[in-house]
Design a protein around this ligand. Structure first.
Ligand code: FAD
Length: 441
């Protein structure tokens, strides 16, 4: 297979800096063995689920995970930290029917419970994991339409929800910016870098984890092997690639991912005096009434987090300049929601890639008898990519199930149009969405 040209890079700071696990030392590169039974490429949420479930299924197997950068600095550690059980925007899931949404809901709930058990069973309850639900907040009346659509779907799915407005909404969020919100209780809010790194820290003993150890090539054959960027060759019976949009770099698929950059920022921690403006407000988080709107969180350590801005990630990364250029929009979102705290600076700002496909469908495939790959294709990727990794481990192990068949069936990412139409089309669409989001941003 082809040699990787573009590698992941570190793009700003954020959740990892606040993680108690940030200094954990994984295995030294000198301990890399010449041979494994299973190799997992990529240590995002997909790689975490694949490696852990492989270890559950094969406790005597030798398993290795290779991650190009520091675990938690990757996109899995750069998201907004919502592990969503219900589809937060039904179109976003790429599902074509109500039945499909219902299946996602059950699968999402299953994987959230599996992650929660992993945390409990391994004694890492100190990770930032809060089963506190989420709000879908609307600042504009025209967004009520989306909210109504979601309520109708939730009703059909027999999911409970609550509509919150007026003083009650203010009491819960500390802002009068929103007109109405839809609350569902199943979402977990996390520090995504903390939870990811924590979970890798407690991998079963038969899993060797190597970070800052990029894979340069996968050579399929007998035996199959990977070549690290250092030049070292490592053999494996099976290779599972969970590299997000970088899967294309290995030549596994062509032209299906169109990753979108988005930006996040945190205020510093509020002082006791500043906290008087948020008296009684518990940690909370909202997605927006428009897909291009601002995501907001009030964190457990008393900061406001905001995420917004979309741009097309033509070279699978962003730059310091682009991150700096994202700040005015992030500040505007923060200051308009919390005008009495607008003197508070941002402490961290970052950019990350949301791995999209044209039709929001995921990828799950067997490229060769010994090489498998999976990645999600939508915004709510933590639950989805964990599911794909989990069932990829079952597929490689020859375990069949209805759930695996379902995930294979929906793995139909649409092929992208050729350049320059792709970049032009993506840029226009993102500008259009942002323009229409208006004060939801
Ligand atoms: C700003 C932002 C906000 C988001 N908010 C949410 C949210 O609130 N909720 C939600 O569910 N989802 C959210 N997402 C999406 C979510 O983060 C992703 O869908 C999910 O993390 C994808 O996980 P993954 O394991 O498939 O891919 P990744 O996290 O991209 O993991 C792939 C890994 O492979 C590694 N890799 C790539 N190439 C190589 C190589 N050559 N050698 C070795 N390793 C390699 C990468 O470094 C990376 O660590 C958000 C994303 C962003 C950017």
């Amino acid at each position: 297979m082809r040699e990787v040209k573009l590698y992941p890079t570190t793009t700003g700071q954020g959740w990892l800096e606040m993680s108690a696990y940030k200094d954990h030392q994984f295995k030294h590169h000198s301990e890399i063995k010449n041979k494994y039974d299973y190799i997992v490429v990529g240590a995002g949420y997909g790689g975490q689920a694949a490696a852990r479930h492989l270890a559950e299924l094969h406790p005597d197997a030798d398993i290795a995970v290779f991650e190009a950068i520091k675990i938690g600095n990757n996109d899995s550690g750069k998201n907004a930290g919502f592990i969503i059980d219900v589809p937060h925007d039904f179109g976003d899931q790429g599902a074509s029917s109500f039945e499909e949404n219902q299946r996602y809901f059950r699968l999402n709930t299953f994987i959230i419970n599996w992650m929660e058990e992993t945390i409990k069973n391994n004694g890492i309850e100190d990770v930032d994991w809060d089963h506190c639900g989420k709000y879908l907040c609307c600042a504009e009346e025209k967004s009520f339409k989306l909210m109504q659509h979601e309520m109708d779907e939730l009703k059909r799915m027999n999911c409970s929800y609550e509509v919150v407005e007026g003083e009650d909404l203010y009491r819960r969020t500390g802002t009068r910016y929103y007109k109405k919100a839809l609350y569902t209780s199943g979402t977990v809010l996390i520090n995504p870098a903390d939870v990811l790194r924590g979970m890798f820290t407690v991998m079963p003993e038969n899993v060797d984890v190597f970070e800052e150890c990029p894979v340069m090539r996968i050579d399929e054959g007998s035996p199959t092997s990977i070549v690290l960027r250092s030049g070292q060759r490592v053999q494996s019976k099976f290779v599972l690639v969970t590299g997000g949009p970088f899967i294309q770099e290995f030549g596994i698929v062509k032209k299906v991912f169109c990753p979108v950059l988005s930006y996040g920022a945190f205020t510093r921690q509020f002082t006791d005096e500043e906290m008087r403006h948020l008296e009684g407000v518990k940690p909370w988080g909202c997605t927006s009434g428009h897909p291009a709107g601002t995501t907001v969180r009030f964190t457990r350590d008393n900061r406001i987090f905001v995420r917004n801005g979309f741009s097309f990630a033509t070279h699978l990364t962003t730059s310091h300049q682009r991150i700096m250029r994202s700040i005015p929009k992030l500040r505007k979102a923060y200051e308009s929601r919390y005008p009495e705290l607008k003197h508070v600076n941002f402490e961290y700002v970052y950019g990350g890639m949301i791995n999209m496909t044209m039709n929001f469908r995921p990828l799950m495939m067997q490229k060769f008898p010994t090489v498998f790959a999976s990645a999600c294709g939508e915004g709510a990727g933590v639950a989805k990519t964990s599911l794909l990794g989990y069932y990829l481990a079952e597929w490689v192990s020859g375990i069949s199930s209805d759930r695996l068949e379902f995930l294979k069936e929906i793995s139909t990412p649409k092929r992208l149009p050729p350049e320059p139409f792709l970049t032009m089309g993506a840029k226009c669409r993102l500008m259009y969405e942002e323009f229409n989001a208006k004060s939801e941003i």
